[in-house]
Every structure is written in C-alpha cells, then in structure tokens.
Write a protein that binds this ligand. Structure first.
Ligand code: ADP
Ligand code: MG
Ligand code: ZN
Length: 480
C-alpha cells in the first residue's frame, strides 16, 4: 500500500492552515446495475452494456437493486454511521453529454447514512457527514471528436462525504487510503482508483490560524492517492498566491493536471438550487428491514485499523512492519495462519517482508498474494529461526527457495543448519571472542556495557546466529 507521511504538511511556514473535506465516490461491487439488469464489470465494448432503462428512454421504469442497498448499508456500518431505515431517492437534474437521461437518481435530503468516522494512524478521526446512494454517469472519451461510452450509466455508487476535518495534504491522502482499505475489507467495493471504482473530489480552502473557514474550491475526480496529496498541495499554493496578492478565492470546480502539477478552473461552482432536486417519482420510499442491517453487520470482518492495532498492541510488532502488510487481507490471513502453527509474530512478519515481498511488485500482486509456500510450511521454517537453529538471513534465503520451488524447509536445511550448538561449543566460541577483541573487553572492564555487542557480533557470525545470547552473556561475564 502506498505509505503516506501525514507529517509532510502542505504549505508550511506560510501562516495558512488547510481546511479540507473529501467527497468520495465508491462503486458498489454488485453484478448488475442499480436500476436494471445490465452487467457492471469494468471495460467491455463501448455501449455494449446498456439498455433502455439505464439510457433513460421514455416509458421505462427503474427497479432498485436490493444488493446495492445492502452494500451501502454495509459501508455505513463499517464506518460507524447511523443507518436510516426509511429513506427515498431524489432526482438531480442537469444536462451533460455523459448523462443521457438529463438527470441522475441520487439522494438529497435523506441520505441512507449519517455520522461515522475514519481513523488515521495518529488516532485523529475524520468525521463522515453522510453516505448516499446514486447512479454513475457515462464516460466521455476525448479523441479527434468526443465519444460517449454509456457502459457506466447506472452503475451503483455511494458518495461518502467527509467533514472538513482534514488539515494537511498528507491527511487527505491518508484518509482516502484508510477509506479504501475499509471498503475493500468489507467487500463493498474493490476501490480500484486506476479503473475509476473509487474517485475523490477534494474540497480545499485555507485560512489563517483561528480564522473562520475560507471560501472553498473543489478539485474533481482525483484518481490516485499520491495525486490527492499533490493536488491539495497545488491548490493550497494557488489560493495562497491569490490571498497574498490581496485577492479573493472564488468558489469554483477545478481539475488537477498531474503533469503540470497544477489545479485549473473548469467552471464556477453550481449550487444545490441549480439541480432542482425533487423526490424521484418512479421509485417509492423504501424501508430497510432491521434483519438486513444485522445480516450486513455480520458480514464485516475485522477491519484493517483494528487489525493494525492488534498487531502492534497484542503481537508487539513495530508500526513500520505492520504498515507494510496489514491492509492486504490475503497476506494477513496467511500471516495469522502461520502464527496458528506456532511461529513467532516477529520472525513471521519479518521473513514474510524480507523473503516473500520482493516477488510482489504491484499493488495487485500484493492483493492477490500468490505464493507456493503453505502457511504450515512457512511456520515450520520460521520455527527454525525462532529456535535459533538457523539465523534470520539463512531463514530468508531458504524461504525464497521454498517459494520458488514449492518444497518444504527440510529440502533446504543442510546438516550444518540443523546441527545443535552444544554448551561446550558455545563456551569455547565465547572464549575465542574474548581473546579476539581485547579493546572491547577492556571497555567492558571500564564499565562500558555496550561493548559486549562487539563480542556478540563475533559469536553470532561464528555460530550462524545460533548462539543463545543469554547464555553467551553469562559465559562472557564470568570470563572478563
Ligand atoms: P456541496 O453539497 O455543495 O458539495 P457540502 O457542504 O456538502 O457542499 O460540502 C462538500 C464538501 O466540502 C464536504 O466534504 C465538506 O467537508 C467540504 N467543505 C465544506 N466547507 C469547506 C471549507 N470551507 N473548506 C474546505 N472544505 C469544505
Ligand atoms: Mg457535494
Ligand atoms: Zn441497463
């Protein structure tokens, strides 16, 4: 997963503070569209996945897809929202070439969910204002002429609106990253930003400390986590220049050009009034049974943030280590299975990262986590490291081989690897270490306790990391 450093704030030392809230569109993982039976999958021959309903031909009637409502409920539960069991859809009117109906069915005054939050690694919570259900529009392909692909028309979405609680560009990206992890873990969406199944609109304003919120602008459809951070930062700079020159920021909708690293105004901002929202007349108000809410709640597994906390708190793993894998559900399942076979958390996590990770380059590969090693075979190898039969680097070497060939650890453990180190052998190596490091020994005699590490280094090298440091320390102290 992309590691984002929240500490790297946007414009700093400028006297301005960022105020930012995100509106995130997440495509729901249903097989069919929200009001018709057309398939939702990514791609497809342009305009091959539409019908009179999703194209809004006169006389057709939409039928609400229950699975979409269920997934939206699940999303709300995963974010700790309140679910409003009785709700309705609204019609949002506007005309644009990617919207053949000239209206979008959405929710206006009674969103399905309100409240909730996303927690950042720092513990700071970004509030969720609301989640509503709506349909996607088509896609414009700008070629010599502009072409229209309506395959996405009517694909079910939720829009997740955050409170303006975000204060740095890094926090904005981290918020989106956490949101993505939660939605994926809960099975709400695959949140593939590169395929558009998660898109973020970033609302940005700046203010001097203690002032009221300033006028905001909205950067539309930012499509990667790193672009969120860069776009927010670029927009802060643009606004700062305007304010420093004595000007006023005007409310507008912008796009982010990632090659130029610049935000550009597309249009001046429209207001809710412009859309003439009214209750969708073709879909009745609906009531979600409590049993559906309970069923959806039961489908939510342990969420990534809880997992992260557990790995750090209960397993005692360092934050940096956990940060590298807690968001990939297949990896965490594999990790936990290996622990179930009695391997230590520390060596399991570190060996996984050291020896298995290099095989996975892309996010997708980590997501899929295709390995030839079973958790049991992995655990068996880790236990050799835990028991100091082999050292960590040798363990990593063997693990790579296991993963390359699919053979168990025993196929690679040599006689030298498995030979036990006797107390007598350890003692003679310790004495050797003392003789070979007179400077460190004299430091130790002068009370510099850390000098013993020099001897440990020597001993570990000689024993391929097999030496028991407690025993070795005792032997050394008795002989120095
Ligand atoms: P609209 O419905 O017109 O888009 P909202 O009030 O729903 O406006 O806000 C949309 C988003 O803008 C929310 O994510 C909210 O947190 C954010 N936002 C609101 N005011 C500000 C502000 N002054 N600066 C930055 N973001 C803001
Ligand atoms: Mg909005
Ligand atoms: Zn259709």
């Amino acid at each position: 997963m992309n590691r984002i450093n929240s500490a790297s704030a946007g414009v700093n030392n400028s006297g301005y503070e960022l105020v930012c809230g995100l509106e995130t569109h997440v495509e729901l993982a249903t097989a069919t569209k929200i009001f018709c039976g057309c398939p939702t999958g990514f791609g497809g021959e342009p305009n091959s996945r539409c019908c009179p309903v999703c194209l809004g031909h006169p006389g057709t009637l939409p039928v609400l897809n229950k699975e979409a409502v269920r997934l939206a409920v699940r999303a709300g539960l995963a974010l700790g929202c309140e679910i409003h069991l009785s709700t309705h859809m609204d019609r949002k009117n506007y005309t644009y070439p990617d919207l053949p109906k000239a209206y979008q069915i959405s929710q206006f005054d009674e969103p399905l969910c309100t409240g909730g939050f996303v927690e950042l690694d720092s513990g700071k919570r970004i509030g969720i204002t609301r989640i509503h259900i709506e349909e996607d529009a088509g896609k414009l392909v700008h070629d010599a002429a502009t072409l229209i692909d309506n395959n996405r028309c009517g694909v079910p979405l939720i829009e997740i609106v955050s409170e303006p609680d975000i204060r740095t560009a890094g926090e904005a990206a981290e918020y989106a990253e956490k949101l993505r992890l939660i939605m994926r873990a809960a099975g709400v969406s695959d949140c593939r930003m590169q395929e558009g199944s998660m898109r973020c609109d970033c609302n940005v304003s700046i203010r001097k400390a203690g002032e009221d919120f300033g006028t905001r602008t909205e950067i539309k459809n930012v499509s990667s986590l790193s672009d969120i951070e860069r776009a927010v930062r670029a927009e802060m700079s643009r606004q700062k220049e305007i304010l420093d020159a004595g000007g006023k920021v005007v409310q507008a909708t912008l796009r982010y050009d990632s090659t130029k690293n610049r935000t550009e105004i597309m249009r001046l901002k429209e207001n809710a009034d412009d859309y003439r929202f009214f209750p969708e007349p073709d879909i009745f108000r609906f009531v979600i049974p409590q049993s559906v809410v309970d069923e959806e709640r039961a489908k939510i597994p342990e969420l990534p943030s809880a997992k992260r906390k557990r790995y750090i708190g209960e397993l005692g793993l360092p934050e940096e280590t956990v940060g590298q894998f807690y968001g990939y559900s297949k990896i965490t399942a594999f990790f936990e299975d290996a622990l179930g076979f009695g391997a230590s958390a520390k060596n399991t996590a570190n060996l996984l990262i050291k020896a298995l990770y290099p095989a996975f380059v892309s996010e997708d590969e980590k997501e899929e986590f295709k390995v030839k090693v079973t958790p049991a075979a992995f655990a068996e190898l880790v236990k050799n490291v835990d028991d100091k039969k082999i050292n960590f680097n040798r363990g990593a070497e063997i693990l790579s081989e296991m993963n390359r060939t699919g053979k168990p650890a025993s196929a690679f453990l040599s006689e030298a690897d498995t030979k036990e180190l006797t107390d007598k052998e350890l003692e003679s190596i310790c004495l050797e270490a003392i003789a070979a490091n007179p400077a460190a020994v004299s430091d130790m005699r002068d009370g510099k306790e850390k000098a013993i590490n020099v001897l440990f280094g020597y001993i570990m090298k000689k024993t391929s990391g097999k030496a028991d440091t407690k025993k070795a320390a005792e032997i050394i102290k008795n002989n120095v």
